[in-house]
Design a protein around this ligand. Structure first.
Ligand code: UD1
Ligand code: UDP
Length: 359
């Protein structure tokens, strides 16, 4: 079975590391993987560092698409991925999550009748204005295999009429499976790897990068004001390049209780998550990682796809409401119950088993 994996953005390198390692360590499975990097993320600390640090094989192809508007980026990817697919003729195209690289990969493959496997299928924020919601919904519709991290994701698909059917798997005869969350597997494996990073005590780990917060000056200003108001707390903030650019352009500044640093590697990020008192974020992945390390999380969004974190009390949604962010930070507490929400750490194994049963 020849799987062609398409990745391009930071969280996809982290997710792909797990599946790629499983394939490489198990040659008896008879699975060949070709890794295609779209080049959506390209800075050393947004891309290369993950390949080196996480021992991911260098991509066989890098399409060097780089930054651009949604249409331009997705269009260029589509064109270049199609050429590769025609040449390599993989059995399956595998995509992760909800970025422009995800959608371009799924669409290019589906137009050529190459079946698509979507890892992290079924997630919904029910906000179509988010680029991620558009990408994930369209990818789910194009996919043959929908690998869902949670029961909620399976139920979301069911509500849209997407469920497993009998017959030869295809985009019309979909296979929907709950596999657990591949980011949980990544965190279990890589938290054992050492890093020399020293962390301070009692700080809040902060990340901000989502379009709905960074492209909206009112929301971004509300967030900055909230964090500046909580000057009795210490924050460590690895700044995504998108956010750095906008903060600079708009002249928005943080107080001295906020330590701004460049984006860090995954091992350092796990160390910060392990050491922090709490997490304040708008990231999808970081919300879950806070939970993996049993840290309370505050999410500066109006909705989340990871609803089980909210219902179990581990995550609080504040939107970009200054007062709500401030009061939630000041009243943060750690729930006593720790449910197992994201599987058993064998997501990669389950995905390959399902795919292998067809080839
Ligand atoms: C993308 C995903 C988002 C995901 C995030 C993970 C889409 C639509 N969005 O958002 O879902 O949460 O990745 O981090 O696919 N930039 C650099 N260097 C880089 C990469 C980006 O400077 O290596 C800057 C550029 O100014 C670029 C901007 O960041 O225009 C945004 O990058 P882009 O890939 O368009 O979206 P992200 O915000 O990274
Ligand atoms: N991450 C990282 N270094 C950083 C910030 C984030 O390694 O400086 C990791 C984080 O641990 C998580 C993933 O990147 O595994 C989340 O990616 P991001 O927040 O960019 O995107 P999202 O999950 O929101 O799509």
């Amino acid at each position: 079975m020849h799987i062609l994996t398409i990745i391009g953005a930071r969280p996809q390198f982290i997710k792909a590391a797990v599946l790629s390692r499983y394939i490489r360590n198990n040659p008896q499975l008879g699975v060949k993987e070709t890794i295609v990097h779209t080049g959506q993320h390209y800075d050393q600390n947004m891309s290369d560092i993950f390949f080196t640090q996480m021992d991911i094989p260098q991509p066989h192809y890098n399409l060097h698409i780089g930054s651009g508007s949604h249409g331009k980026m997705t269009g260029l990817m589509l064109e270049k991925i199609e050429v590769l697919l025609l040449e390599l003729k993989p059995d399956v195209v595998l995509v992760y999550g909800d970025t422009n690289s995800t959608l371009a990969g799924a669409l290019a493959a589906s137009k050529l009748h190459i079946p698509v496997a979507h890892v992290e299928a079924g997630l919904r924020s029910y906000m179509m204005a988010m680029p991620e919601e558009q990408n994930r919904r369209l990818t789910d519709y194009l996919s043959t295999w929908l690998f869902c991290p949670t029961d909620t994701a399976v139920d979301n698909l069911k509500k849209e009429g997407i469920a497993s059917t009998n017959g030869v798997p295809s985009a019309d005869n979909k296979i929907v499976c709950k596999t657990g969350d591949i980011m949980y597997d990544a965190s279990l494996y890589y938290r054992q790897k050492s890093t020399s990073l020293q962390t301070p005590n009692d700080f809040i780990l902060l990340t901000i990068h989502r379009a709905e917060n960074t492209d909206d000056l009112v929301r971004l200003t509300n967030i900055v004001n909230a964090i500046n108001a909580v000057s009795e707390k210490k924050f460590i903030f690895p700044v995504h390049p998108r956010t750095k650019k906008i903060l600079t352009e708009q002249g928005l500044q943080f107080g001295s209780h906020v330590k701004l640093i460049d984006p860090v590697g995954y091992l350092e990020m796990l160390k910060y998550e392990e050491a922090c008192a709490a997490v304040l974020t708008d990231s999808g992945g970081v919300q879950k990682e806070a939970f993996f390390f049993q840290k309370p999380c505050i999410t500066m969004r109006d909705t989340t796809e990871w609803v089980e974190l909210v219902t179990s009390g581990w995550n609080t949604l504040t939107g970009a409401d200054t007062e709500k962010i401030v009061s939630t930070i000041r009243n943060i507490h750690t729930p006593t119950e720790y449910p197992q929400l994201y599987g058993d750490g064998y997501t990669a194994e389950k995905i390959i088993e399902v795919l292998k049963s067809q080839y």
